[in-house]
Design a binder for this molecule. Structure first.
Ligand code: 13P
Ligand code: SF4
Length: 305
């Protein structure tokens, strides 16, 4: 079976079986081509609730499928690969944050969406990289604990001097690989190129960027910019997608190491096996957990617009 034949069969079967395929932008282009929607975490979480289909296949990582289930309990939600987790989402647990709240009763916990459903049950507001700044600025509370990403948290903290923001040591093992040395090397090679960086990167890298934003933010900036060359400081599949979508421009990887192994676990064959044979893990969640976790996601949608 060729890739094209497999894609045609997926498209036919997903309609027949009422399956919505949601795809995070870090997945490969052959998966993008069978998607109902491709986007960043914020777009995916909004789309999860809006999709009319009864079944959803999330091609991304576990917390994204969990978010989808939290927002759409009546739907059957499947994760594209059972081992596709986000290491950052596993770094902190509910007990640790509940204890922090006990010690600091006046603190409001802002959780990056890259957290487990279980951890979300003790958090107050959820954010994504696309919505974090707007949401934190819109919050009336002043004393915040931002978890788990210390880099995204620092980026927010720098732009919100009016808030008292506490941070804990957590973060993305992929974006943390991007360094100032990479920036210097790539800028020397491509002096005209603009540097676009995801805020999960180290603060010293973020500081050198011409634009900082979410996955979708970076893609939109590159497409709309009149510049012709870009160095991309996020997961490397974004370089490939942008190059395909804007063949007249040039895109360079900030580092060849910026590859999320977890996002890359999902293949087109996994998507095919799910729509053809139903072979994928269904996300199941206790109703008590779902309702408790939903509170902070609802707050995100309310404050993020
Ligand atoms: P986005 O919200 O930009 O999609 O980021 C999610 C993520 O996991 C990036 O590493
Ligand atoms: Fe998690 Fe980083 Fe992969 Fe995003 S890139 S899913 S934050 S490990």
């Amino acid at each position: 079976m060729t890739i094209r034949e497999m894609q045609d069969e997926i498209i036919r079967l997903k309609k027949e079986k009422d399956i919505c395929i949601l795809v995070h932008a870090y997945e490969s282009h052959d998966i993008w081509e069978v998607a109902d929607y491709v986007g960043d975490s914020y777009g995916l979480s909004k789309q999860a609730a809006a999709a009319p289909q009864q079944n959803v296949l999330m091609c991304g990582v576990r917390f994204m499928a969990e978010t989808c289930k939290i927002l759409s309990p009546e739907k059957r939600v499947y994760l594209s690969h059972p081992e596709a987790g986000c290491p950052m989402a596993e770094q902190m647990d509910k007990e640790m944050i509940a204890y922090y709240k006990e010690l600091h009763p006046d603190v409001t916990v802002v959780a990056y969406i890259n957290t487990t459903a279980d951890l979300k049950t003790v958090c107050d507001v959820c954010v994504t990289s696309a919505s974090a700044l707007k949401i934190v600025k819109n919050m009336e509370q002043e004393h915040l604990l931002f978890i788990p990403d210390i880099n995204l948290g620092s980026w927010i903290k720098n732009q919100c001097p009016e808030k008292q923001i506490e941070l804990l040591q957590g973060g993305c093992p992929t974006h943390v690989l991007l360094s100032v040395k990479d920036v210097k090397r790539m800028k020397q090679k491509h002096p005209e190129a603009l540097l676009l960086v995801h805020p999960e990167s180290r603060p010293e890298v973020v500081e050198l960027a011409d634009y900082v934003g979410s996955t979708t933010g970076i893609m939109n900036f590159a497409k709309e910019s009149s510049a012709k060359e870009f160095i991309i400081g996020t997961e490397n599949s974004i370089v490939q997608h942008l190059q395909m979508e804007c063949p007249e421009k040039r895109f360079y990887e900030l580092s060849k190491d910026c590859v999320c192994r977890n996002m890359k676990l999902t293949t087109l064959a996994d998507v095919y096996n799910m729509v053809k044979y139903g072979e994928a893990e269904e996300i199941l969640m206790e109703e008590e957990t779902r309702l408790a976790a939903k509170k902070c996601i609802d707050k995100m949608l309310e404050l993020g617009g």
